[in-house]
Design a binder for this molecule. Structure first.
Ligand code: PLP
Length: 440
């Protein structure tokens, strides 16, 4: 008996005791192939000594110094490294402890930017349905995962939600991908005009939708159009790359593939690769300068922001990604995994769509391929598959069904970038077995 408070109170989970590359080993010695990196976290696998040694060195030097008094070399180096590779005119890095915090900081930063510039009426955030931005109240308000939002509805902030870019379900037969992208992007303009541009602070979106849709990138042209609309109305563009960033999609920053440059960008998960909790909110020089030349204080902060040990981990992770060319590996191994999935599941009667970028891939499960009818959410197919996969020694991330009652169950795959070709076979075999167990 333990006094630990598990998220699912009825679950009895095995203890993880060690890591070996792409595998986690439990206290019975069972090995699990981590095909989802937890939740798109463990991009370097579970036993990378260069990262643990870097953290140890930092802990031996100085474990913590409050950012109200000090900066640290690790935090400064990490910020410089990120900016050296960041898209557009992103110029400053605000270090936090995770994804929800990065999104909270982004929302507040957008609001404060407009205040500093003398536009206090700009407070509204526009987000998208079927998105996930975190579990804190602000981030949850931006998110469009109805199941996660429902219990806390009365506490949430009023934000606008427009359609996601989800071609598999929403592109009409009589329109091209480009026409579809333009049609959904234009919902942003419609909402801005309906509310009044002078009331809108920012638009937030995931370049590749992770947890709620299962690795869904936008169609070509969608984000370019979004960027154009934001610029026209003075609305800041916040891209949430907490899940899809840090090389996961085969680009260090996912938005590079869409050719779009945000005003604010959120990262986390792969930034610490699971070795430390860390996230970051990057912003443009213009946003930083509005605060620097205005009040001089970003009115936000948590005790552990810029934690030296976490920053040391982030610095070591980004260095590893760059120096070991692991982003290209994510792209290449992603293409191989994608091909193996298409080979195995391309004609599967209950796999409606296979999608994603790099080592960020998703399978959407349907009751019927032609009609795209979903399975009854009460069946909890995703939970059954997750359990079956775990029993077979495979960690994957199935979700869906209950999110909005409209789209199907999906399985998200986000293995470490060090995945070997030989492990792709094991992954696909175990996944196929788990899907059959779930459907049985
Ligand atoms: N944003 C996105 C896109 C996410 O996928 C997540 C987590 O899954 C978050 C934000 C929240 O991150 P965290 O769980 O680290 O708070």
């Amino acid at each position: 008996m333990t006094h630990i408070f598990p998220r699912h109170t009825a679950m009895r989970l095995p203890r993880a005791v060690s890591g070996d590359g792409c595998y986690i080993i439990d206290d019975s010695g069972k090995r699990y192939l981590d095909a989802s990196g937890g939740a798109a976290v463990s991009c370097l696998g579970h036993s990378d000594k260069t990262i643990t040694e870097a953290i140890k060195r930092q802990l031996d030097a100085i474990p913590f110094a409050h950012t109200g008094f000090f900066t640290s070399e690790a935090a400064e180096d990490l910020a410089d490294l990120l900016i050296a590779h960041a898209p557009g005119d992103l110029d400053r890095v605000y270090l936090v402890s995770g994804g929800s915090e990065a999104v909270e900081a982004a929302i507040k930063l957008a609001r404060q930017y407009h205040l500093e510039r003398g536009e206090p009426s700009r407070a509204r955030i526009i987000a998208r349905r079927q998105s996930y931005h975190g579990n804190t109240i602000g981030a949850l308000s931006a998110g469009g995962n109805m199941w996660r939002r429902e219990p806390f509805g009365p506490l949430l902030v009023d934000m606008s939600h427009i359609a996601p870019c989800y071609a598999y379900r929403d592109q009409r037969d009589d329109e091209s991908a480009e026409e579809y992208g333009r049609r959904v992007a234009d919902e942003l303009e419609t909402e801005i005009l309906a509310r009044g541009p002078e009331t809108i602070a920012a638009f937030i979106a995931e370049p590749v939708v992770g947890a709620t849709l299962g690795a869904v990138p936008a169609v070509p042209g969608y984000f370019a159009r979004v960027r154009e609309i934001c610029a026209r109305y003075g609305v800041l563009l916040i891209l949430d790359e907490v899940m899809c960033g840090m090389g996961r999609t085969g680009h260090l920053f996912a938005c590079e593939a869409d050719g779009v440059e945000p005003d604010i960008l959120c990262i986390a998960k792969g930034l610490g690769a699971g070795y430390q909790p860390i996230g970051a909110t990057l912003c443009s020089a213009a946003i930083y300068s509005a605060i620097e030349t205005g009040s001089g204080l970003f009115q936000h902060g948590h005790t552990y922001l810029g934690h030296p040990a976490a920053a040391a981990a982030g610095r070591a992770v980004v260095s590893a990604l760059v120096e070991r060319d692991l982003v290209a590996r994510s792209r290449d191994m992603g293409a191989k995994l994608d091909a193996a999935l298409r080979d195995r599941f391309g004609q599967h009667p209950h796999v409606g769509d296979i999608r994603g970028r790099g080592l960020f891939l998703g399978l959407e499960l349907v009751a019927d391929r032609d009609s795209k009818a979903t399975f009854d959410p009460a069946r909890k197919l995703n939970a059954t598959i997750k359990k079956a996969a775990f029993a077979r020694g495979l960690i994957c991330y199935p979700m869906g069904g209950t999110i909005d009652g409209r789209h199907g169950d999906h399985i998200l795959l986000a293995p470490p970038f060090i995945l070997e070709e030989a492990q792709i076979g094991e992954l696909v075999d175990k996944l196929a077995g788990a899907i059959e167990d779930g459907l049985a």
